[in-house]
Design a protein around this ligand. Structure first.
Ligand SMILES: [Zn+2]
Length: 185
């Protein structure tokens, strides 16, 4: 039985150090360098390999657990105090088969481990701004880890989906991020 982990609900009531998209992208670039996954332009990252490598390099643990060990609506959990990611067996297996949602889940949890272990601040009764919201930050980290904005160039949404094994929705978000960097408002 897993005890004592920080649930998503608890994470939702906390805020993180403020981070812009640009700052998160820089953190992912550093992360990719540290994990030696810099030269993968046009190729989907092997997210399970990244999980393995980064757990060694960044000194955290992960465990693939039986689906029943985590609540129904939860795919994975990150214990920010013990620095450990718990991943449902079904999620891990589907990620191995290339499922876009499950690949994103694992990348998202890596984002929490890399960004949120020291600096989560408990926040009660105070409005949390988007750029201080850990879930938003972990989503942006995952998106940049799976599809670096600098790789997008003229790729279409479909090409991004196929090459980088992300959902259409993530590909669209990345495409509009790349466009906004090309044509600043
Ligand atoms: Zn999360």
């Amino acid at each position: 039985m897993i005890q004592n982990y920080v649930s998503t609900i608890q994470i939702n009531s906390t805020k993180a150090e403020p981070r812009s998209k640009q700052k998160i992208e820089a953190e992912v670039e550093k992360f990719r360098k540290n994990c030696k996954i810099t030269s993968l332009k046009g190729k989907a990252v092997d997210i399970l390999k990244v999980l393995d490598l980064s757990s060694e390099i960044y000194g955290y643990e992960y465990e693939v657990v039986e689906d029943l060990d985590l609540p129904n609506n939860v795919y994975a959990e990150t214990d920010l105090i013990d620095r450990k990611i718990y991943i449902k067996e079904s999620v891990y297996n589907r990620a191995a088969e290339g499922s876009t949602r499950d690949r994103f889940t694992i990348a998202h949890e890596i984002g929490h481990i890399i960004m949120h272990t020291d600096k989560i601040i408990v926040c009660r009764g105070e409005e949390i701004k988007k750029y201080e919201y850990p879930e938003w930050q972990a989503d942006h980290f995952a998106a940049e880890l799976l599809v670096p904005v600098s790789h997008i160039g003229d790729l279409s949404v479909d090409e991004i989906t196929n090459k980088y094994k992300v959902s259409k929705k993530v590909a669209q978000i990345r495409k509009s991020r790349a466009n906004s960097l090309k044509n600043p408002a």
